[in-house]
Ligand binder design. Structure first.
Ligand SMILES: Nc1ncnc2c1ncn2[C@@H]1O[C@H](COP(=O)(O)OP(=O)(O)OP(=O)(O)O)[C@@H](O)[C@H]1O
Length: 329
């Protein structure tokens, strides 16, 4: 028997690792755009899942933003059925009229549709094809935008999306390998024109910044950036746990947080406690920035008898009788 081509084998091993230990039951669903990453992921999942005694399906989303998108989605779905994936769904979403820029609106519509499909099929998990290169790009973007440790942790290999486990089995696999795997398997990936559109910051990172870094610093850069994300994520997990405990210790029985307890915390931990508390109060996480946390922190460390911190979601926090409390705006 001929030896299995390394990229195909590498991707199958990554998928096997991700699927091992999932609770028995519903199928795993691959979110597939038809691009090389998710096509290679879908092919590997079709091979691995039955060998682990579970079924595997595929969902492809048509954003309706480009000519031919419906045909692309239909071709992906037909290919998936042909290799034995089931269930297979082709979902059309409406992007227009959603808040945010076009990219954010498309992503929000896509994840909504993917999670809804996973729910419909009682899927054990939803799998996406993000690779090590996507992770490196995410870390660079976070670094450039000053996103702090939360951003530098990049994308987790596993997270909960409204009750559905979302897995990224290929975070340790290079994009070159997904391309090679498609070639070996005779698959013709779809090239998303958005990936080359220089009006997107990620496209510029992909086309210019990362290749320049690799040329200047060597081919290990992508792996190093992805490793940095893993290390920061591990540190974040510990700090988040400590912050949760510190938040519990700072609560006042009458509501709000005790300033004295907050003052005694190291500033890195206090920032996390305040961030966590602001979320608890109802500040939408996506709108909560370091500026809001700094405003809360100033109430603890620089307070001169008056002033308030304003948080997204119409929240106002003041310092009163040795406590931070949320009051109506
Ligand atoms: N239209 C879509 N339908 C279903 N899943 C999608 C769609 N677009 C993206 N995804 C999922 O999200 C992942 C990340 O997509 P994104 O467009 O950010 O990266 P990409 O590098 O272009 O990935 P790919 O090569 O698989 O298209 C994909 O690998 C895929 O799992």
């Amino acid at each position: 028997m001929p030896a299995l081509a390394p990229p195909v084998a590498t991707i199958r091993v990554a998928v096997r690792r991700a699927l091992t230990g999932l609770p028995a039951g519903g199928p795993v669903l691959v979110a597939c755009s038809g691009g090389a990453d998710s096509l290679a992921l879908a092919a590997a999942t079709a091979f691995v899942a039955p060998r682990l005694g579970r079924s595997a399906g595929l969902v492809t989303v048509d954003h309706g933003l480009q000519g031919g998108s419906a045909e692309r989605a239909a071709a992906v779905a037909a290919w998936a059925e042909g290799i034995g994936l089931a269930p297979v769904e082709c979902v059309r979403v409406e992007v227009a009229g959603r808040p945010g820029g076009p990219e954010a609106a498309a992503r929000a519509a896509r994840y909504e549709a993917l999670v809804a499909a996973a729910r419909r099929h009682e899927a054990a998990a939803l799998l996406t094809g993000h690779t090590r290169d996507d992770q490196a790009e995410t870390v660079l973007l976070a670094l450039a935008r000053g996103a702090g440790p939360r951003g530098l942790a990049g994308m987790p290999a596993r997270r909960d999306a409204d009750g559905v486990p979302l897995l990224r089995p290929l975070l340790g696999v290079g994009r070159e390998q997904t391309r090679s795997a498609c070639e070996v398997l005779g698959l013709a990936p779809w090239e998303d024109p958005h990936n080359r559109d220089p009006s997107y910051a990620r496209s510029r990172i992909r086309a210019d910044v990362l290749p320049t870094l690799v040329r200047a610093l060597g081919p290990g850069v992508v792996d190093n950036l992805a490793r940095t994300a893993r290390q920061v994520a591990a540190d974040n997990a510990v700090l988040d746990q400590l912050a949760g405990e510190a938040l519990g210790g700072a609560r006042h029985t009458g509501g709000g947080l005790r300033v004295e307890a907050l003052t005694s915390l190291p500033s890195a931990l206090r920032g996390r406690v305040l961030h966590c508390w602001a979320r608890e109060l109802g500040a939408p996480p996506a709108a909560l920035s370091h500026r809001h946390v700094a405003a809360l922190d100033a109430l603890v460390t620089e307070w001169r008898g008056q002033g308030a911190a304003y948080l997204p979601g119409g929240l106002r926090v003041v310092r009163r009788a040795g406590r931070l409390v949320a009051v109506g705006c």
